[in-house]
Design a protein around this ligand. Structure first.
Ligand code: SF4
Ligand code: SF4
Length: 379
């Protein structure tokens, strides 16, 4: 397994994201313990030593505690995140932090992040409001205190905001690392390049999330996948995305939310014999991204941060069914998938309240998309 040195630790170039753990069939909440533990054991045996969870990943911290605590503590790095939107005072931070240690069965975190630093930090509307909340609850002081106590080794933040907010964040505070969304579609599509450049200029090393945009870049449309498959038929489409993200020199590890053994083995094979993408491969990826973008998919990663919807709309499932239609341009699977949704789960039930928009890290205009999809359903 390719490793990169991170503050004296050798960290595997692929990190295990624990947000998309396998769930019991038909459920979105209960983790399939046997399947998920099996994946962790396989990952540990294969040299993956970076594990990323969060306070708000429904059961994920508790699972990390159960699955990892049987291994020596220094054989893996544990990263978790604190949700600033749940803090009203510094005492809230203390309470959540203590709960996280207990859930994860540890007495320290190797990496600890402010979760989803963005305009949505407090469900605020502007960068300024977001920043004010971070400062008002004294979050940075709390992080520094925990670091001084040895309960946090390195402090960072995960980020879904604008370049302007990021610039302010790194100008105002010192950070050990940061976590951003970076892949070959978002590099120019959502300006991941600006975020990468700002952080690199500040010598802040990076953990990469969504290298495959929630799995979308593991499938692509037929026309875009063909570009990559023609060039290298023997490797998976997903491997291109991982190699792309890992090829940036300021990247320490690339997170992948693996919930099947086949994904894990494929990713391990990619990172065991890691080759940075060449100039020619980058050109192919740019072309594949261009063709993929023409398919008209919605940039939903399936993270479910937008849920629950007060009207009952099943936002991630609707987007998933619709995106599949955009890729295959075949109506029957869409109609069949949509028919499994109850009346209140469908796009027509959206009342346009906008609550989901404030929570979506991809900043998707969800009510507008619901109107479009409803019109498509009625065509
Ligand atoms: S805007 Fe529509 S989909 Fe979003 S939370 Fe409100 S009702 Fe649900
Ligand atoms: S709509 Fe946004 S918040 Fe909801 S699942 Fe998709 S990316 Fe996540």
């Amino acid at each position: 397994m390719e490793k990169r040195n991170f503050f004296g630790k050798d960290v595997s170039l692929i990190g295990f994201g624990l947000m998309r753990l396998p769930r019991i069939a038909g459920q979105t909440t209960d983790i399939d313990e046997a399947a998920a533990s099996g994946l962790i054991d396989y990952a540990m045996a294969s040299g993956i030593n970076y594990y990323d969870t969060a306070y708000t990943y429904g059961g994920s911290e508790e699972f990390a505690g159960r699955a990892l605590s049987k291994y020596p503590r220094d054989s893996y790095c544990l990263a978790t995140k604190c949700p600033p939107w749940k803090l009203k005072t510094a005492d809230d931070f203390e309470r959540i932090f203590a709960e996280q240690l207990e859930r994860c069965r540890t007495d320290y975190f190797d990496f600890y992040l402010v979760h989803n630093f963005a305009e949505e930090l407090t469900r605020a509307k502007t960068n300024e409001e977001s920043f004010e909340h971070f400062e008002k609850v004294g979050m940075y002081d709390s992080l520094q205190r925990k670091k001084a106590e040895g309960k946090i080794r390195r402090i960072g933040f995960s980020f879904h905001g604008t370049a302007a907010l990021l610039q302010k964040l790194v100008d105002r505070y010192e950070w050990d690392f940061a976590q951003i969304q970076l892949n070959y579609v978002d590099w120019s599509g959502t300006d991941a390049k600006s975020l990468y450049d700002i952080l690199t200029a500040h010598e802040i090393p990076l953990v990469i999330m969504e290298p495959l945009r929630g799995g979308a870049l593991a499938a692509l449309s037929e026309a875009s996948a063909k570009i990559l498959k023609q060039a290298q038929p023997e490797v998976s489409v997903a491997s291109w995305g991982l190699r792309y993200a890992a090829s940036f020199p300021n990247v320490i590890t690339v997170l992948s939310g693996m919930n099947e053994l086949s994904q894990l083995t494929d990713n391990i094979a990619t990172m065991n014999e890691f080759r940075p993408v060449s100039g020619l491969e980058k050109e192919l990826l740019t072309e594949a991204a261009k063709v993929y973008s023409q398919a008209g998919t919605i940039a939903c990663t399936g993270c479910r941060y937008c849920m629950p919807c007060p009207a009952g709309v099943n936002i991630p499932v609707i987007f998933s069914i619709y995106n599949h239609y955009c890729l295959v341009k075949f109506r029957i699977p869409f109609d069949n998938g949509y028919a499994t949704l109850g009346e209140s789960e469908r796009a027509a039930a959206c009342i346009g309240c906008g609550q989901c928009v404030k929570k979506c890290p991809q900043h998707l205009p969800i009510p507008e998309h619901m109107q479009e999809i409803n019109a498509f359903v009625n065509e």
